[in-house]
Design a protein around this ligand. Sequence first.
Ligand code: SAH
Ligand code: SF4
Ligand code: F3S
Length: 468
Amino acid sequence: MNLPNMKEAQKRNITPTKYIYEERIKSDIFKGRKYSIKTYGCQMNVHDSEEIKALLESMGYIECDDYEKCDLVILNTCAIRENAHDKVFGFLGRLKHLKKTNKNLIIGLCGCMAQEEHVINEIREKHPYIDIVFGTHNLNELPSILKNYYGKQDIEVYSKEGDVYEFGNLYKRDSKYSAWVNIMYGCDKFCTYCIVPYTRGKQRSRKSIDILKEVKELKEEGYKEITLLGQNVNAYGKDLDGEIEFSELLKKVSDIGIERIRFVTSHPWDFTDQMIDVIASRDNIMPYIHLPLQSGSSRILKLMGRRYTKEEYMTLYNKIRTKVKGASITTDIIVGFPGETEEDFKDTLDVVDACKYDGAFTFIFSPRENTPASKMEDTTSLSEKEDRLQRLNEKINSYSKLSNEKMLGTVQKVLVTGISEKDSNKVCGYTENMKLVNVEAPKDVIGSIINVKILEAKSFSLDGIIEE
Ligand code: SAH
Ligand code: SF4
Ligand code: F3S
């Protein structure tokens, strides 16, 4: 990389940075350069990476899955639990070595970890080989960050979220059949254990007109399925002066007529009766709901700041089960929250027994810097927490198998999305209620919705044959 040419910049009466910027645009230097992105974390990050890819390709970059051949490697990071941090720095260690042979390699870091002050300090002090850092609020600035980069570590992270900016339907999407559609950014809930409100900022809903336009375009492009995305998707619109709420948005999206509509993640506190009615009455809104419980103990739920009790959660759960026929319901559970006793944990097992979830993501509590829960007294040993996690997982897995067994002999509509990972002679896809199915079928069914008779139920997937 060349240092700024001061004289040339002075001649043109512009800053050295601007000079580099203009020169680079003229010389088209990014054309044909190879990039790769490694994505950690939730669907937000997966979708953000689709935006980053589109930005890079608009500059002339080409995607390449071999890091060793790349000119640019970006890590889109997650901060939800401590182990996310360890994984990222483990991988960065490998990239650092690559720099010995590939001197022009640019290493970039973005995503939720980039919004953590202690991570930025650590990067400044200990990781000079990380070249560019940008945050969740300014990923659209990546092209100008790259154009202005001249070999000196550049950290461009904003602590405050700006307004929602419209990227349009320009993403380089991973799938041609199923698309993510952001409907909101950030989260206002501030659950006491969670870092997301700090890394993603306050809740900002997109205008419904922009969302509907994007969904219409996706339908015209041949997409069969869209998933409306948000950390707290059913709080949609609450920051738009009550102009529209989530159940209304769902109706409007459903009216567009795209085959399948999904949404993640719903918070139990924002789950309204209107929402249940809309889901139950529309064929193209899929009967699959992710309804994080976090804990079955009302005492712990209060400490978590979740705004519902065990009883309120159960009432909601039963209402959904009764009204939305054939629905799958999955959940997230944290064990070992500070102060969780065996009694509290048994309350969680109770709820699991009552709900018989179709599946669940389970975690051991991980203290996150500056969150209220990280300052709460925690006397439970790690081995006790691991034991609870294991007991919980055994229960979860047995119910998940049971719910899969209920599908045996039924005929399900499956949107085929690709070749099966387990068996390359099979294709795979998802039922309306989000069960993974492997099917022996010709590859040309990929991208269409086919009828499949379910013949075998495993813990985490189903097997079936095409039903004409
Ligand atoms: N917005 C979603 C989930 C966000 S994060 C919701 O409100 O449910 C995904 C899951 O990670 C959470 O549901 C929670 O179960 C888990 N999680 C979040 N913070 C955690 C922490 N500090 N320790 C352990 N698990 C955590
Ligand atoms: Fe985190 Fe709670 Fe917001 Fe979910 S609702 S993102 S758990 S603060
Ligand atoms: Fe992780 Fe950020 Fe998502 S912390 S879970 S990538 S919002």
